[in-house]
Design a protein. Structure first.
Length: 255
């Protein structure tokens, strides 16, 4: 897809909800945001987030004031940017204030290699627990050139780098043990309203107050509606929003 004449527009195909068909664009200079950040009228209020369980890969306290659930693709360049943003967020806030959950949303139409990379991350979790999952995820985002360019032979190297037994890792990965789990995450991402990656939902325990609602509505204008209300206690973050905007949303929600 060609870049438009507007210098702020950069191309990125996304998945269209329901059919998972690549074909829209992301925009926004350094921190792209989904051009379809607002779901059709009424859709955001009915998004279905799969319950948070002990099986989730989480950093922080699952009972934190807010929990950010991110649906991501290891070969998406904007996911790489936003992953780094979220690492900074988690290092800034207390575990009881902000927790972060990573869920798999590889877009096979754009990044066929991402499917196996998602399985590899779950194998790392299976072999070494939650810490190994995050170590593996951090490393893959660190070294991947993005856009389906990571050599699959690097996956066992990453496993070795984070201290896992490569033989056990290769056995897990070749077995397809977590193929269904990745497919389930993809289906859950669609139910959650994801139209592309990265897609995050900030979940609060309580309904938004009037002042919080006003703050998010004001913020959505400055982010080109990349941060919007997605229900009584949910805020949607579409695209790789700038860290300052994510922090503004968090600060408005944890007060």
């Amino acid at each position: 897809m060609e870049t438009k004449t507007n210098p702020l527009i950069v191309p990125l195909a996304i998945v269209v909800a329901g059919g998972l068909i690549a074909g829209a664009i992301y925009f926004g200079g350094k921190y792209p945001a989904n051009t379809q950040a607002n779901a059709p009228q009424g859709q955001t209020a009915s998004i279905q987030i799969a319950p948070i369980t002990s099986a989730d890969n989480i950093i922080g306290n699952s009972n934190a004031k807010i929990v950010i659930v991110t649906y991501s693709d290891y070969e998406c360049p904007f996911c790489k940017t936003f992953h780094n943003t979220m690492v900074q967020i988690i290092n800034t806030y207390k575990p009881d204030d902000v927790a972060w959950i990573y869920r798999q949303f590889p877009i096979a139409q754009l990044h066929p290699k991402a499917l196996k990379e998602s399985e590899a991350a779950l194998c790392a979790n299976d072999l070494g627990g939650n810490k190994s999952f995050w170590d593996f995820s951090n490393r893959i985002f660190e070294i991947t050139p993005s856009n389906n360019q990571l050599d699959p032979s690097e996956l066992p190297n990453i496993a070795k780098f984070i201290g896992l037994d490569t033989s056990s890792f290769n056995t897990c990965l070749s077995s397809g043990k977590f193929t269904n789990a990745v497919q389930s995450d993809v289906a859950a991402a669609t139910k959650a309203g994801a139209l592309g990656t990265p897609y995050s939902v900030i979940i609060m325990k309580k309904a938004l107050t009037a002042s919080q609602t006003n703050a998010i509505n004001d913020l959505s204008i400055s982010t080109r509606q990349g941060i919007t209300i997605g229900g009584d206690n949910k805020v949607i973050v579409n695209g790789a929003q700038a860290i300052n905007d994510v922090e503004s949303a968090i600060n408005a929600l944890i007060k």
